[in-house]
Design a binder for this molecule. Sequence first.
Ligand code: GCU
Length: 418
Amino acid sequence: MMITATASLNAQPEGANYDESKVPEYILPALLVGNDGSAVSGRQQWERRRKEIYDLFEREVYGAVPAWRGKITATEISHRQDALGGLALRREIRLRMQNGDKSRDVFLLLYLPRSRKAAPVFLGYNFSGNHTVTAEKDVHISPSWVANNKELGITDNRATEASRGSRASAWPLQDILSRGYGVATLYYGDVDPDFDDGFKNGVHALFDQPRDSASWGSIATWAWGLSRVMDYLEKDPAVNAKEVFVIGHSRLGKTALWAGASDRRFAMVISNESGCGGAAISRRKFGETVSRINTSFPHWFCDNFKKYNDKEETLPVDQHELIALIAPRPVYVASASEDLWSDPRGEFLGAKNAEPAYRLFGLRGLKTDEMPAPEHPVGDFIGYHLRTGKHDITRYDWTQYLNFADRHFPGSAARPGR
Ligand code: GCU
């Protein structure tokens, strides 16, 4: 059983290729050529081509979501008018997912700027429980299974006070809220605990369909969970559902991209250091490869993806096409200079090679052919930056995402004092 704690996420595993001169020559699958060989030059043709690409990712990479026959009931379990020193309204919402006599609770933590009626919201999973994103004492401690982690004082897969606020640096709430945006976050393990248990726990227990080689892995399950949260946000009058931006770091950045591809209600998509199976081109085999990811995390993708272990060149898709599925919505890809495991150049090239889809809509992508220097964000409808430092999501990263959101959703930018 592979159980990864957040503390190990910074590791740069050995035995991988980190040498650019050893990247094999490769040809990317053509984005704008249909399966029947026809060229795609207009938006209508793109819609057809988009479906072909989506179906390939679904069948060969992330896996298909079975039909959901249950119901979801939202209940507010806490409410505070004066969170973050009076800057925000804070609510905790329990989403009870139910199918027959089986149920699963997922807890949403919502911060909304007090200054607005219907706020644009960044929606993203957190790694270790809602109580880890803030030091505020009255946010419930996650009751779910969490990975053991000595630093966070977790020894029996249960979170305690010791982890409160431990991931606050990944969620600069003051910055986000004071710029007029809300945050909706939930623990990814509420939806599916991140270990290989043969898809029995988490929400999988609520689905009784038999599995096959194209059935969903955990990334698709987490993406499904984000869509169910979106169902809730659409009904919440305090949220501007037309401006919900899905964001994620690392495995959750892979999840954000697949969620954005699968559900067009997400108005913007942000992938922070998503690496292999995220924004990075698989054919480069730089840093983490398809066989490494499928071995360490056999539950993340569908079984079909394992056919491409050490055979990346035979994949019918590559990750630039995942980013292209988000067009014409704004998408942001970010890398960190020391995070070679995620292949920064591969992430840049994933973004770069998605541009033709945006061009079909008359939109500009990165506006550069060269990978920019660190701390030089680029791009129009496709944003990109390389941050100096390690695998993480930092205040610097968030500042770029807030600027990107202000630019694409100018109505969202908080007016007073700006
Ligand atoms: C591991 C894994 C990556 C993943 C990362 C994370 O390093 O190999 O694919 O992105 O964990 O989620 O932080």
